[in-house]
Design a protein around this ligand. Sequence first.
Ligand code: 13P
Length: 339
Amino acid sequence: MTLPANSLIETARTLMAPGKGLLAMDESLGTCNRRFAPLGIAQTEENRRRYRELLVTTPQLGQYISGAILFEETLFQHSADGTPFVDILKAAGIVTGIKVDAGAQPLAGFAGERITEGLDGLRERLQRYAAQGARFAKWRAVIAIGDGIPSRTAIEANAQGLARYAALCQEAGLVPIVEPEVLMDGDHSLARCQAVTGEVLDEVFTQLHRHAVLLEGMLLKPNMVVPGQGGVPASVEEVAQATVQTLRRKVPAAVGGIAFLSGGQSSPLATAHLNAMHQGLALPWPLTFSYGRALQDDALRTWGGDDANRTQAQQALLRRAQCNGAAALGQYSEALEAV
Ligand code: 13P
C-alpha cells in the first residue's frame, strides 16, 4: 500500500494552523473517573458522555481548537439529540483524533518504569477509527525520572513502540501524534529533565527513521522541560529557554509540528510557558498546545456534574482555548484572562 503522503501532510498542517491548538479530551475510563471523583461527580458512562458533549458543543471552540483527541468510548458517542460527536466537531471545523494506545503497564524487570501497550490488533482498530471519521491518532509513552532511572531499556522499548504505532497510523492514513512524556514526578532539577528529555527525543527520532515514518506527516507531543514537582522551581523564562533549546537540538525541522502536553502544570503556567517560547529564537516548526488538564480543569470544576453550570463551564473552556491560542502566537497577555 502506498502512503497517502499528501493527505497526511495536509492534516498535519490543518492541526497546526496559526493561533490554534489541540484539545486533549482522551482521558481513559480510569483517568476520567479519577478526575470526577474529587468533585463528587458520579463515575458513569452517561456522565462521561454528558461532560464530553459539553466540551464539543462549546460555541466558537473551532476558533482556537484545530483538533480534539477523543477516547474510544467518545468516538462512538452522540449528543443528547442523537448527533454523533464526530459530526458536531466537523461542523465546528475541528478535526477528530483518537487515543489508540492501551495504557502504560509495568516494564517487566525494571521497577518503577512502564511500557505502553496496544500494538496487537492496532492495524484493524485504526481502520475502524478512520471509518468513523478520525484523521489523527495519539500514543503516549511515559518516562519516569528517579534514582537510576530512566534505564536505556525503558527508553528504547518505548521509542520503538511509538515508531511502530506511527508507521501503522500513516499506513492507515492517520497522522500520528507521537507523545513521549517525561514525567514531572520527583524532585529532580531542570537540568536533569533537560538531559533526559534530550536522550528520549534522540531515541524516538532514531526509531522513527528506522521505521520509515514520514516526518512531515506526524506531530510530536512532548513534555516541556521543567524541574520535578518537588524540585527547585524555575522561572517561566528558564523553562521556555530550556525547552526551546532542547527541541531545536533534537527535533528535525521536517516534523509537521510540535504540540505540548501540560503534564500537571497549572492552567495559567502552561499558557505562560507556551507564550514565552515564542519570544526568543526562530522556531523551525509550528509550536502549539495539546493540553488536557490545562484546558479542561476550570471547565470541569465549574460544571461539577450539574448542567445548570453548562454555559459557564463552556465559557471557562473557551477562555483557556483563547488564551492558549494567543500564546501559540506569542501574543498572550494577562489582560486576555479578564475578557
Ligand atoms: P495533560 O495536558 O493533562 O498532560 O494531558 C495531555 C495528554 O494528552 C496526556 O496524554
